[in-house]
Design a protein around this ligand. Structure first.
Ligand code: 5RP
Length: 220
């Protein structure tokens, strides 16, 4: 199977986790795009969606699925999103698509995080994928210096502006043995809006597409 076929398979498998007639949380990325397309097949049972990016919102609306502002929503039973890396404890690096801030907000608001990945995203230790960090532009160089002190090599994502009007530093060269501790520490640096480590609120389950089909890992 190609990587796209694996992504399509996990996207379809995620439909079983959608709670009918409720608001679904929808992430961002190529795997999620397949999920949105699959979700359209059960559109009548989806009350509405909240989405982590303008791109995903557009795609949802194009399928006739209503997109609500998070402030209008009381309950999100399930949030479905991809990841750039996921470790054996369900901690993830996210933000390859630059949507990490809204992803983290919706993940926190949701009762259950269903992560959909192909098997290439499974890693024993996070950090081979550069860690995305969203920064307020005026603080970029101060934050960069602080990230270097943490042992990483932060590289500006050239020509990219987030949906929130900020910039992204991609931090190379980290080996993240204690993701929750690093997430808490980096969260203290003024000017950092969001760290693309999802460890304090990791995945509850992962659906993993591999050569043997889709397997489920439970973390809760
Ligand atoms: C976007 C993300 C995505 O979930 C992550 O980059 C994975 O994307 P893809 O499904 O395209 O591999 O965090 O900000």
């Amino acid at each position: 199977m190609t990587q796209d076929e694996l992504k399509q398979a996990v996207a379809r498998a995620a439909l079983r986790h959608v709670v009918p007639d409720t608001v679904i949380g929808v992430g961002t990325g190529s795997t999620v795009n397949f999920f949105i397309d699959a979700l359209a097949t059960m559109r009548a049972r989806v009350r509405a969606a909240v989405s982590s990016s303008e791109r995903s919102s557009e795609r949802l609306r194009a399928h006739g699925i209503e997109v609500l502002d998070l402030n209008q929503v009381e309950r999100i039973p399930v949030y479905v999103d991809g990841a750039d890396e996921i470790d054996p404890g369900g901690a993830m690096i996210k933000g390859g698509g630059g949507a990490l801030t809204r992803e983290k907000i919706i993940a926190e608001a949701a009762e259950r995080f269903v992560c959909i990945v192909d098997s290439s995203k499974l890693v024993p230790v996070l950090g081979s994928f550069p860690l995305p960090v969203e920064v307020v532009p005026m603080a970029r160089e101060r934050v960069r210096a602080r990230l270097r002190e943490s042992g990483g090599d932060p590289v500006l994502r050239e020509g990219f502006v987030t949906d929130n009007g900020n910039q992204i530093l991609d931090v190379h060269g980290l080996r993240i043995e204690h993701p929750a501790e690093l997430e808490s520490r980096l969260n203290q640096i003024p000017g950092i809006v969001t760290v693309g480590l999802f460890a304090r609120r990791g995945a509850d389950i992962a659906l993993v597409g591999g050569a043997d089909g889709v397997t489920q890992r439970d973390f809760d």
